[in-house]
Design a protein. Structure first.
Length: 264
């Protein structure tokens, strides 16, 4: 197998420079947390909500060096790389379309095989229970994978269309990257996800060159907040198909959806 490590800026480390050969990656299951309440005089309890904690995994490596001095140098480089504070992306070439944002979580030791080689295991933790796609729907990059039963697009100029979410989780702009961009003439622009019932409404007008952006929880018009002129709702995307309807538009317009897939 091959493991790759990238900085959050997209720079991929050459692990051979560290003398590292990846041996194994083990990923733990989801860790559910359930809030519940009980009532005096009644048996059992009532489950209220279940969420997931962060994700843990372990990566094993063999470290090789040229001699005793080189061993010490490579050991220190490994300690710098897995310093417990710096987040990085961990990628497995067996599933190249997804990556984990992690940091090393605990102390680790190098177990010497001989004077020039050692093995070690890194415990890593992700603050999210999900891996993410390396690219996004509008900037897919290499190894971006879509398993939809038909061709998918994410830019539209029709008032009805459907969006494919290839991941295992709801894309919620309160937690995840989601950017919806609209450009064109409109009055009382309404964007509705018919699948979820989510509906976003802007009570003002737009002219041909105006750009509306729903970025995270923010609603912008030409870079200026219009949150107070909206119904203060958000659009989410469930796994699979999401049917959409746009109203309040006239003439030609364009709407696009940029987001990452989230995988278990």
């Amino acid at each position: 197998m091959s493991l790759f490590i990238e900085t959050l800026e997209g720079i991929r480390y050459d692990l051979s420079e560290y003398g590292l050969i990846p041996l194994k990656l083990e990923i733990d299951s989801l860790s559910p947390k359930t809030e519940s309440e009980s009532t005096d005089g009644r048996d059992g309890h009532i489950d209220l909500e279940t969420t997931y904690d962060g994700r843990t995994m372990r990566a094993s490596f063999l470290m090789s060096s040229e001699d005793i001095a080189d061993y010490s140098t490579k050991r220190d480089n490994v300690f710098r790389l897995f310093n417990g504070k710096t987040y990085f992306y961990l990628l497995d070439n067996r599933v190249p379309f997804k990556r984990w944002k992690v940091r090393s979580a605990t102390v680790f030791n190098l177990d010497k095989v001989n004077r020039r080689k050692a093995t070690f295991e890194i415990a890593c933790i992700s603050s999210s229970p999900y891996a993410e796609s390396g690219g996004s729907t509008l900037n897919p990059g290499w190894h971006f994978q879509v398993s939809a039963p038909e061709e998918v697009i994410y830019t539209f100029n029709d008032s009805t269309f459907k969006i494919w979410n290839d991941g295992d989780s709801i894309v919620d702009p309160r937690e995840h990257f989601l950017k919806i961009a609209f450009k064109g003439l409109s009055n009382n622009l309404t964007i509705k996800n018919l699948t979820t019932g989510d509906e976003w409404i802007y009570s003002g007008p737009t002219i041909a060159n105006d750009q509306i952006e729903l970025t995270g929880i923010r609603s912008l018009k030409n870079g200026t907040s219009i949150f107070g002129q909206t119904n203060k709702k958000l659009i989410t995307l469930v796994p699979g198909w999401n049917q959409f309807q746009i109203s309040g538009v006239s003439d030609t317009f364009e709407i696009s959806f940029d987001f990452k897939f989230l995988y278990i």
